[in-house]
Design a protein around this ligand. Structure first.
Ligand code: ADP
Length: 496
């Protein structure tokens, strides 16, 4: 047997998945690593643990499939995005832990830059916002706070990388210092309009250019694994940030094709083609994967609480004992009986962007039952997704014609049917919900000829479609009631 190996380096675990020629999973292994919280709002990972957890997952997956590295044609990487690592180019040793995308320690720096009036420049060049979420302010923090770091960086002794860069550097024995365009587009340093690192942005964040990796295409032969560990000799041929990998894994490669990943939060991305477009709806613009070697763009909107609202009903309310049980509890009632739940547990993300919004349940009556609340929770996920997709439609001027879905909560048929009813378009669920790893595998498999074309890949996918069935006027009325509730939830914590 011959395989493509996908490394799915996530925020809480590293996974390795072997795909066979038919695109089926031959083996999976998953290894967790510690989360480090040195202070409130700070989140770090030990870069060495990221690497060792990833390598041990590879060894385990190969063992499970009874395969050796010589059976693996190519390797693709999908990684947690924005997380920043700085290391010494000579020794390969990190000079500080990885500062994770969730880390908020650089809020004061971002606030200061905002008052200096640079946000518009940053937005026009990167499609992003001036926020601690992205890599640039994290690198700046390391240079300011690690003894001697700035001096060493200016002398060209230090390397910066996102997690893909760190993995490739180590897998190639320090010979390749490289990132792909989708990861570069999340740093706040890459000009996605002109397709290059941007000196103005580097100046704004005071980051020496010498630290930056070379930028490659997401589907490109990068080099072979030289380390005498795990997948020795395997060719690295695919790299993408996890959300863009999932977009490609769902084969959203033409304008108007969109996917939503229903995990803890929900991530929507829509391919918008070859022209940069700045969102008027407070969405992000970012680079998408492509096999054409020309920049391709996507709009992105994130929802903080998606499947997490189901976790909350399970762990805090104890309404259910496991997440999938929500479906049968909700199916016990025909509708939410007027109850609306706004899960603004950590404020609201796109397109509302209200950090002060408060979580809220409204419309409770004497006859309200657990089933109604379960249904309101499921509906709240779909309402939030519909808000983002509507914002995307407003930006592109072309209504999206179908939504492709993945992630843990996409297994919920009731949620998927409600989503289709609400959007009025088909919701397409592939047979396999591993879109992120699939994306990494497809990128590497296409670059090396393991698969011949996107059409060949499309032919081996399978899945089902949920088609809209409900009365349109009734769904519009429910959507209006949701918006009414959202307005009441906004600003709740503003004065507390
Ligand atoms: P992540 O990658 O963010 O950890 P997953 O894709 O593994 O998330 O999905 C897990 C999330 O999906 C959890 O928040 C869980 O509550 C939710 N979930 C899992 N199964 C279901 C289900 N059948 N119905 C609704 N939500 C579910």
């Amino acid at each position: 047997m011959r395989y493509v190996l996908a490394l799915d380096q996530g925020t809480t675990s590293s996974r390795a998945i072997l795909f066979d020629q038919k695109g089926q999973i031959a083996a999976v292994a998953q290894h967790e690593f510690p989360q480090i919280f040195p202070a409130p709002g700070w989140v770090e990972h030990d870069p060495t643990r990221l690497l060792t957890s990833q390598l041990s997952a590879v060894v385990e997956a190969l063992g499970k499939a009874g395969a050796s590295p010589s059976d693996v044609i190519a390797l693709g990487i999908a990684n947690q995005r924005e997380t920043a690592i700085v290391w010494d180019k000579r020794t390969g040793k990190p000079i500080y832990n990885a500062i994770v995308w969730q880390d908020r320690r650089t809020s004061p720096l971002c606030d200061r830059l905002r008052t200096e009036g640079v946000e518009e420049t940053v937005r026009r060049k990167t499609g992003l916002l001036l926020d601690p979420y992205f890599s640039a302010s994290k690198i700046a923090w390391i240079l300011e706070n690690v003894d001697g770091a700035r001096d060493r960086a200016e002398r060209g002794c230090l390397a910066f990388g996102t997690v893909d860069t760190w993995l490739v550097w180590n897998l190639t024995g320090g010979t390749r210092h490289i990132t792909d365009r989708t990861n570069a587009s999340r740093t706040l340093l890459y000009n996605i309009v002109e397709d290059r690192w941007d000196d103005d942005l580097l100046r704004i964040f005071a980051i020496p250019r010498k630290m930056l990796p070379e930028v490659c295409w997401s589907s490109e032969r990068i080099g072979r694994v030289t380390a005498p560990l795990g997948p020795a000799g395997v060719e690295i041929a695919g790299i993408a940030g996890d959300q863009q990998a999932a977009l490609f894994g769902q084969l959203c490669v033409r304008p108007g094709e969109a996917k939503c990943t229903y995990g803890t939060g929900c991530f929507l991305l829509e391919h918008i083609g070859d022209a940069f477009r700045l969102s008027q709806q407070r969405l992000l613009t970012t680079l998408a994967c492509t096999t054409t070697r020309k920049p391709r763009y996507a709009l992105e909107g994130s929802i903080f609480i998606g499947g997490a609202v189901v976790q909350w009903l399970r762990d805090n309310m104890r309404f259910i004992s496991c997440a999938p049980d929500i479906e049968s509890v909700a199916a016990g009632v025909p509708d939410s009986n007027g109850v609306v739940l706004v899960p603004a547990f950590t404020g609201l993300g796109a397109p509302h962007w209200d950090p002060y919004a408060g979580g809220m349940m409204i419309g409770i009556r004497r006859d309200t039952q657990i089933g109604h609340i379960a249904r309101a929770a499921i509906e709240s996920i779909a309402f939030q997704v519909a808000d983002v997709l509507r914002a995307m439609d407003a930006d592109t001027g072309i209504p999206c014609r179908e939504l492709r879905v993945d992630g843990g909560a996409a297994a919920n048929d009731l949620l998927m049917q409600f989503q289709a009813d609400l959007l009025g378009i088909p919701v397409c669920r592939p047979a396999m919900l591993e879109s992120t790893a699939q994306g990494a595998a497809y990128l590497a498999g296409l670059a090396t000829g393991f698969w011949s074309s996107e059409e060949e890949i499309a032919g081996m996918r399978g899945g089902c479609a949920f088609r809209p069935k409900a009365d349109r006027a009734q769904m519009d009325a429910r959507f209006a009631r949701w918006h009414n509730a959202v307005e009441r939830a906004k600003g709740w914590h503003a004065n507390s």
